[in-house]
Design a protein around this ligand. Structure first.
Ligand SMILES: [Zn+2]
Length: 359
């Protein structure tokens, strides 16, 4: 009888231990650059996170253990022949409406007003969010729009996005830069921050907004870091490692070191052409190699995920949808590549929470 009892107790613990290995403990998930809000803006539908057929949904965020999200709005500019199709007032109105809608309808998805509020939302087991803006061109020459963006909840702005504008431009010494017919010239390694751009940066620093440096070429990246001198936080919200994949949007080791020295954060992006160079479809194993490289270079404190889900990306295999399965597969892959449970929690969510609590 006693032997039988011992046998069943042993079996119970063996099953418990093996299930702990295969089903990782809940680690939470935060996203430094999630573009689902762009779809909602295009559809003029503040209730669009209800639709579970898309990559990002309210239910998926909950199931993934969502903790802190930067919903980054990238305005569709591919009809640049008519660049005034979107006015900043529409963006402000939409973000305002989305905040109102979530406040009234989603008790578990809450805009974080400030650090104290963020801490409270997380203690209650809810998901916090703030807004980001991809690119600065909507500001035109009116730097005071920054106040309005801050008021509706924008906390991070990616300083450049694809094209030159009044804040980031081609240097006078350079005549040739790449352009697509009918579009403004594309950002490249020679693009520089203009005088107006410096004024905008100064205002962002004054408001302690986060400056995003993804999409910038080498010169503008360096100019922003030199100008900022650590006064506000810098992130590469959706950038990977150039040594692993040579995409122009990926970071050199030197840039990674500089972001870490500035106590910034790098969000690993799931866009296939930024993960792996060959035509062979990349998977989460390849994604984690980028994470590993950054950890080896500067430590695990400066890396998280900036998925760019729904940002017109071509996602790697295993990153088709934001849900529990996706996070679990990330965890398993990180375990395979030797990350400790503590590091996994840090990278999947805690680094980002810590970053926002220390702004
Ligand atoms: Zn982007």
């Amino acid at each position: 009888m006693l032997l039988n009892y011992c046998f069943y107790v042993s079996i119970f613990w063996i099953l418990m231990i093996s299930s702990c290995r295969s089903i990782p403990q809940k680690v939470g998930f935060s996203d430094l650059h999630n573009s689902a809000i762009s779809r909602l803006f295009n559809q003029k539908n503040e209730a669009g996170l209800e639709d579970t057929t898309f990559t990002v949904s309210r239910l998926g965020i909950r199931k993934a253990g969502g903790q802190l999200f930067v919903f980054s709005l990238g305005v569709n500019r591919f009809d640049m022949q008519n660049p005034k199709t979107v006015d900043i007032s529409e963006v402000l109105q939409f973000l305002h409406n989305f905040r109102n809608y979530t406040a009234q309808n989603y008790p578990n998805l809450v805009f974080a007003e400030n650090k104290t509020h963020l801490r409270k939302i997380l203690q209650q087991g809810k998901t916090a969010y703030v807004f980001g803006l991809e690119g600065t061109y909507l500001l035109e020459n009116k730097i005071h729009y920054l106040d309005s963006l801050y008021t509706v909840g924008v906390r991070k702005i990616t300083f450049g996005h694809r094209f030159h504008n009044q804040f980031i431009s081609k240097p006078e010494s350079r005549n040739n830069s790449t352009s697509i017919k009918g579009f403004p010239e594309l950002l490249d390694d020679y693009s520089v921050i203009s005088d107006e751009g410096r004024k905008l940066l100064e205002k962002m620093i004054e408001k302690q907004m986060i400056i995003g440096v993804s999409h910038l070429g080498k010169t503008a990246f360096q100019e922003i870091l030199d100008f900022n001198q650590g006064r506000t936080k810098i992130v590469a919200g959706h950038s990977n490692v150039k040594k692993i994949c040579s995409s122009t949007r990926n970071l050199t080791d030197n840039q990674i070191r500089q972001i870490a020295e500035n106590k910034g954060l790098i969000g690993i992006c799931l866009h296939q052409p930024m993960v792996w160079n060959t035509k062979e479809k990349a998977d989460l194993q390849k994604v984690i190699r980028h994470v590993r490289h950054i950890c080896n270079l500067v430590g695990a404190k400066f890396v998280t995920f900036g998925t760019d889900f729904e940002g017109r990306i071509s996602p790697v295999k295993g990153a088709e949808k934001l849900n529990a399965n996706f996070v679990q597969n990330l965890v398993l892959e990180m375990q395979k590549q030797g990350f400790s449970h503590r590091e996994i929690r840090q990278i999947l969510s805690q680094n980002m929470i810590h970053f926002f609590l220390n702004l």
